[in-house]
Design a protein around this ligand. Structure first.
Ligand code: HEC
Length: 251
């Protein structure tokens, strides 16, 4: 009899562990949260369009096929071809950068990394803040630097939308004489075609798409999570009833 009780508590513990794993992957950072909506298909469609228009010139996403995107984002073959496939012929092709890697290496000093898994490798919040983090810097060959990735060789490709901004830093002298520089915020320098809110939305959609390609089964997994929780609740009720029935005559 006691064994049954023990088994039930071990199972409950296991359930807590499984549930906590889902949250552990989220992680906490000091970045402004991207607040993505993974199930929002319109946002993902806009993100796909943004990616193809503003990123795929330099970046590939070589683990992603156009037809998978079409299926997942409710796009017909015609919509795919007209709106996303600028440098591809067949829908089963993967996303290749328009610019040959040797050229971008020569121009930017670095080959732009493949973005298939970037949102998972660095986190969606990181990419969101990176795309919002370009500021004017005269020391840089591209004319901009980035608060998230200091000294980056990526130009501010979204400047027409966001406009240009400067960044304020504050130096703080530590007790041992070393100096710590902290970022204090941005100041707009010139306006782009979008206001701050629309630009945030643009970047959020783009990052949403990047998060989706990094893990296309993400929304399925969430749905599965709901089923798992429902099963655990059902099982808990069953176990309590069972315990009551078994202990009825003893107590
Ligand atoms: C003109 C070419 C070009 C375009 C267009 C471009 N990038 Fe980049 N990107 C680069 C280069 C070069 C790097 C390497 C930067 C480095 O490591 O300093 C880079 C790096 C990155 C990184 C990695 C940053 C890191 O921490 O390593 C991300 C994320 C990124 N780009 C996202 C984007 C997105 C999203 C777009 C579209 C909105 C885009 N890029 C458009 C050239 C480009």
């Amino acid at each position: 009899m006691v064994n049954l009780k023990r088994i039930a508590s071990v199972l409950a513990l296991g359930a807590c562990f499984v549930a906590s794993q889902g949250y552990a992957a989220g992680g906490a950072t000091h970045f402004e949260p991207a607040e993505l909506e993974p199930g929002n298909v319109s946002s993902l469609q806009r993100g796909a369009r943004n990616f193809m228009n503003y990123c795929a010139g330099c970046h590939s996403a070589q683990y992603v096929r156009y037809n998978t995107i079409g299926k997942d984002l409710d796009l017909s073959e015609e919509q795919l071809i007209d709106n996303l496939m600028f440098n591809a012929e067949k829908t089963f092709e993967t996303i290749q950068a328009s610019m040959p890697a040797e050229d971008s290496k020569r121009w930017y000093g670095k080959t732009p990394p493949d973005l298939s898994l970037m949102a998972r490798a660095k986190g969606a919040d990181y990419v969101y803040n990176f795309l919002k983090g370009f500021y004017v810097s005269e020391d840089s060959p591209t004319g901009v630097n980035n608060v998230v990735l200091q000294g980056t060789s990526m130009p501010h490709v979204l400047w027409e939308l966001q406009g240009y901004q400067t960044a304020n830093f504050e130096d703080h002298e530590n007790e041992d004489g070393s100096v710590t520089t902290t970022f204090k915020g941005f100041e707009p320098l010139s306006a782009g075609s979008m206001d701050a809110e629309d630009y945030d939305e643009f970047v959020r959609d783009t990052v949403n798409f990047l998060a989706y390609i990094a893990e296309p089964v993400r929304s399925d997994r969430r749905k599965l999570g709901v089923w798992v929780l429902m099963f655990l609740i059902f099982f808990f009720i069953l176990a309590t009833q069972l315990k009551k029935a078994i202990w009825k005559d003893v107590t």
